[in-house]
Design a protein around this ligand. Structure first.
Ligand code: ATP
Length: 332
């Protein structure tokens, strides 16, 4: 039986890392029919909007998508495609596993943590206006419903994956109502998971502890903005944005994408590291029930880093995207 998956190539290095990932997936033998949809700059050209309705209905129909990065211009104009997709498809949980890879030397070892980021509200609600000229207001929305379901997701994930602890990241000492509500919801959910140790840490202290003792963290749950920032920080612990995968999950649909953005500085040069999207595709295979193929993809990536010198520029090597991809396919 073949699976149909919505495919979004995206902007910048998107088409390059997507092509690499398709090659690796093809080599697994899992047959996937790609429903290619436009987003970002290509969609603006074709449809006048970066996030066309056709794209949203394609993901709703297929219930699963693989996505390259889509850039969002800073300042006025279109709303972020990423934020629009996550809201329209109610992809409320963003899951980012961050783990050392043997063969990628960093300052840290023993890192094996998972960031669970609330994806639909917080400061990413898009509720901004100018109060008077020279004064802008941005609203941070925190609801009991969204906070409870992300907490439930994090503790359920911890239980299902034999994780030991969930750390709730917040700033409730300052934002007493909004972050206070988030923290309360997490505490209430945590009580129903007595075997999982539940901890709380203020976001600034968390940033400091993550770069001192990252090995002490297991599952971390947090709101949208903290999750965005700490995901990049955690990527830095294990080799950078080129190697950290991600999944956006809801009750109806799932969308798999790397943590990194469109990296316009290296776009079109054939030097992007496709590891993050390849590992995101492994998460997708697992979600689709293709566990053996997911394990093979991860082992092939591990093999390339552990046993060969093939590295893209972001990791200090000089291999191209194609050379790295060929090495992964060979290892498969
Ligand atoms: P966006 O606005 O789309 O989020 P950005 O430039 O702000 O893009 P990223 O694209 O996430 O941020 O990455 C920042 C930098 O990290 C890039 O400019 C690039 O140099 C590097 N980088 C990110 N992803 C990769 C990758 N897959 N391979 C190699 N380098 C990467």
């Amino acid at each position: 039986m073949s699976l149909t998956v919505t495919l979004i190539e995206g902007d910048g290095i998107g088409p390059e890392v997507v092509a690499a990932t398709r090659e690796v997936l093809a080599a697994t033998g899992v047959v996937i029919r790609w429903d290619v949809q436009l987003a970002g700059a290509a969609a603006v050209e074709a449809h006048g909007t970066p996030c066309p309705d056709e794209l949203i209905s394609s993901v709703q129909r297929n219930r699963i998508a693989l996505k390259g990065p889509v850039g969002t211009p800073i300042g006025r104009g279109f709303r972020s495609v990423n934020v629009t997709l996550r809201k329209a498809l109610d992809l409320y949980a963003c899951l980012r596993p961050v783990k050392n890879i043997q063969g990628i030397t960093t300052r840290f070892s023993g890192v094996d943590l998972v960031i669970v980021r609330e994806n639909t509200e917080g400061l990413y609600s898009g509720l901004e206006h100018m109060v008077v000229p020279g004064v802008a207001e941005s609203l941070k929305i925190v609801s009991e419903r969204a906070s409870t379901r992300i907490a439930e997701f994090a503790f359920r994930f911890a239980r299902a994956n034999a994780r030991q602890s969930v750390t709730v990241v917040h700033k409730a000492n300052i934002m007493k109502l909004s972050d206070g509500l988030f923290l309360d919801c997490c505490r209430r959910v945590g009580q129903r998971y007595p075997e999982i140790s539940s901890q709380e840490v203020i976001v600034d202290a968390c940033a400091m502890q993550l770069v001192r003792f990252p090995e002490r963290f297991d599952v971390l749950v947090m709101d949208n903005l903290y999750g965005d920032i700490l995901s990049d920080l955690c990527a830095g612990l294990v080799g950078g944005l080129g190697v950290v995968p991600g999944a956006n999950l809801g009750d109806e649909c799932a969308l798999f994408e790397a943590v990194h953005g469109s990296a316009p500085d290296i776009a079109g040069k054939g030097v992007a590291n496709p590891t993050a999207l390849i590992l995101s595709a492994a998460l997708m295979l697992e979600y689709l029930g293709e566990r053996a193929a997911a394990v093979r993809v991860r082992e092939a990536v591990d093999h390339v880093f552990a046993k060969t010198t093939v590295r893209t520029g972001d990791l200090g090597g000089n291999s191209t995207t194609d050379e790295f991809t060929r090495a992964v396919v060979l290892a498969l």
